[in-house]
Write a protein that binds this ligand. Structure first.
Ligand code: PLP
Ligand code: ZN
Length: 374
């Protein structure tokens, strides 16, 4: 069996070289992969990027295309949030070539696009996914067009352009932007390198879990607090830990505690109401722009993943985001405002009376502070 796309909704399978980027039924693709062997012995010790886990990634045996494209992404430090807090750890995922964790997904997705012979990719993003895809496409020698909403920070647009990508600024919302990119993708002359649609992105973000496993020598945290917009890190983290569990390398799954923006929280709202279907919301404005996704296309899948870990979804109190940003800077971490929102959510539930219920906690620092204007 070789790796194929498989519709999440109806189960129909597609070869990887299909021009389709979703199923004819409208469902999104997951990956159907052959079983693989993996243990600590399979880690490539001399490879200082996330490709040290190449044996767990869906590339053909002996595939070398990633070697030309990798920029040493991944392998990010894990350390205590505060030297005095033995139970709360951070992972510095902003320490990446384009300054956000999206490089994990982008490098794998672009390596795959290159392997499949793509000459051009298009993508839509509110910022960081666009900068990552643009950077790796540039390195791979693939033409790139990125669609962004008009509200995207000027710095991110400049960064995307700097890599040589063509930027389309869409007059309208994040959803209008996705619609515009979709229409361009349907024309069919480019690979739709969407971090939401294309499941190879999640193969990259899953290395977040593999690194935790390797760096903490199997002593994985009890809870991970993750930002939740479209859920590319939540799903990747879930897939990674699920594989490690399936391989008997870890004894249990950590609980995923996902954090949504107070004013744009469609998955949180379904979770609280005890529903399994996600209803689109109206984003009424938040400082946490990176997680403000009103209509997350994989929302149901993300909700199921969180529930499968006995996890929960919480809200980042809008009024506490800037305080959290300041508190983090006070510990030496200058992060993007969206990352501060994860901590605002964390601080709002991590109280002295219930600390033990979270056990050992790990929280990623997903974006660098220099990404924001303010
Ligand atoms: C993309 C992004 C998020 C949210 O990730 P999703 O995949 O949309 O859940 C959070 N923080 C930063 C810095 C990001 O770039
Ligand atoms: Zn289908």
């Amino acid at each position: 069996m070789t790796t194929q796309y498989k519709c999440h909704k109806c189960g129909l399978k597609y070869e990887l070289d299909t021009p389709a980027f979703r199923c004819e039924c409208g469902g999104l693709f997951d990956l159907e992969k052959p079983e693989f062997e993996f243990s600590r012995d399979h880690i490539i010790q001399e490879e200082w990027s996330l490709f040290r886990y190449i044996e767990a990634l869906p590339f053909e045996q002996g595939s070398k295309v990633w070697k030309e494209i990798s920029m040493g992404e991944g392998v990010t430090p894990i350390l205590p949030l505060d030297p005095g807090m033995a139970d709360v750890w951070v992972k510095l995922d902003y320490a990446m070539p384009t300054l956000s964790f999206k490089d994990r997904g982008a490098v794998v997705l672009i390596a795959k696009a290159k392997e499949l012979g793509s000459k051009k990719v298009i993508q839509d993003s509110s910022g960081n996914a666009g900068t990552s895809i643009a950077a790796y496409a540039s390195r791979a020698g693939i033409e790139c067009e990125i669609f962004v909403p008009e509200a995207t920070s000027v710095k991110k647009i400049k960064q995307i352009s700097a890599y040589g990508a063509k930027v389309h600024i869409v007059n309208g919302s994040r959803e209008d932007t996705a619609e515009a990119a979709l229409r361009a993708a349907e024309k069919g002359d480019a690979f739709y390198a969407s971090h939401v649609y294309n499941p190879f992105f999640y193969e990259g973000t899953k290395t977040f879990a593999y690194e935790i496993y390797e760096q903490l020598k199997g002593a994985i945290p009890d809870s991970v607090f993750l930002p939740l917009g479209n859920g590319t890190l939540v799903l990747g983290c879930y897939y990674g830990f699920r594989e490690l569990h399936h391989l008997n390398l870890i004894k249990k799954m950590p609980r995923i505690i996902a954090v949504q923006a107070e004013t744009c929280a469609p998955i949180y709202e379904a979770f609280i109401r005890g529903e399994q279907s996600i209803k689109e919301v109206v984003n009424t404005g938040t400082l946490a722009e990176g997680i403000a996704i009103a209509n997350p296309l994989r929302g149901k899948q993300v909700l199921e993943a969180i529930q499968a870990t006995a996890g929960e979804i919480i809200i980042a109190p809008e009024k506490q985001i800037l305080d959290a940003k300041k508190a983090l800077a006070g510990k030496g971490f200058y992060v993007e405002t969206t990352t501060a929102a994860t901590f605002a959510g964390f601080y709002s539930v991590y109280k002295s009376e219930n600390r033990e219920s979270f056990g050992k906690v790990l929280i990623p620092l997903c974006g660098a502070g220099l990404k924001n204007e303010e």
